[in-house]
Design a binder for this molecule. Structure first.
Ligand code: GAR
Length: 206
C-alpha cells in the first residue's frame, strides 16, 4: 500500500517512519508517496527531502474557510492514490470535507493515553496533572477531537525526577516505535473494527 504523511513541525515521527521504510522494516508499505506540511518552515520538510521523499507545502490562507482549505488539501493528495494517510504531528483538526475523502484511512499519533489529555501539549497537561503514567496512542481519525477507535497504546511511567522535557522525550521515543507498528497493522489489513474496538487477526506478530 502507498502511504502519505502529514506533518506540521519537527517531523521526528515522520523521520522514524521513513527510516523504517528505508530499512525495509515497514511491512505492508510499498511507497511513501509524499510528506505534506501545513507550515512552510517545518523542520520536518528537510528531513523528508533527505530521505528523497516528495514534499508538499500547503498552508491555510488567512481567513480561508476550513472547507475550502480541505478541498485544496484533497486536490493536492488524491492524485497520489495513497491507501493511508498518517498524521505525524499534524496540528490541524481535519473536518468533514477532508475526512469524507479518506474514510477509515487516516491515522494519528497522540502523545497521551487517550481519552486522557486530548488536544495540544498532552504531555504537559499530563505532567501538570501529576500522573504516574501517561504514554502515546495511535488511533483512526474521525470527526471527533482525538476520538477515533484506538489501534495501539504504549504506557510510559513518569519518574519522580522527570522534568516536563525528559517525560516528553521518553514518550516521543515510544511514539517512534508505536506509529510504525500501527501503520503495518493497517496497511496489511490484519484488523477488524467492532464498535469502538480495533481487533487484530494476528496478535503474536505485533
Ligand atoms: C508528537 O509528540 C505527536 O504525538 C504530537 O506532536 C508531536 C510531533 O513531533 N501530536 C499531537 O499532539 C497531535 N495532537 P514530531 O514532529 O517530532 O513527530
Amino acid at each position: 500500500m502507498k502511504i502519505g504523511i502529514f506533518i506540521s513541525g519537527t517531523g521526528t515521527n515522520m523521520a522514524a517512519i521513513c527510516r523504517n521504510f528505508a530499512e525495509k522494516k515497514l511491512v505492508g508499505v510499498d511507497e511513501i508517496s509524499f510528506v505534506l506540511s501545513d507550515k512552510r518552515n517545518a523542520p520536518g520538510l528537510e528531513k523528508a527531502e533527505s530521505f528523497g521523499i516528495k514534499t508538499i507545502v500547503l498552508p491555510k490562507k488567512k481567513d480561508e474557510p476550513k472547507e475550502d482549505y480541505e478541498t485544496r488539501l484533497l486536490e493536492a493528495v488524491q492524485p497520489f492514490g495513497t491507501g493511508l494517510i498518517v498524521l505525524a504531528g499534524f496540528m490541524k483538526v481535519l473536518g468533514h470535507t477532508f475526512l469524507s475523502g479518506y474514510k477509515g484511512r487516516i491515522i494519528n499519533i497522540h502523545p497521551s493515553l487517550l481519552p486522557s489529555f486530548k488536544g495540544v501539549d498532552a504531555q504537559g497537561q499530563a505532567f501538570d496533572y501529576g500522573v504516574k503514567v501517561s504514554g502515546c496512542t495511535v488511533h483512526f481519525v474521525d470527526e471527533t477531537l482525538d476520538g477515533g477507535p484506538i489501534i495501539l497504546q504504549q504506557p510510559v511511567l513518569r519518574h519522580d525526577d522527570d522534568t516536563k522535557e525528559t517525560f516528553k522525550a521518553r514518550i516521543l521515543e515510544q511514539e517512534h516505535i508505536l506509529l510504525s507498528k500501527a501503520i503495518t497493522i493497517v496497511t496489511t489489513g490484519k484488523y477488524s473494527i467492532s464498535g469502538r474496538q480495533v481487533l487484530f487477526s494476528n496478535k503474536e506478530e505485533l
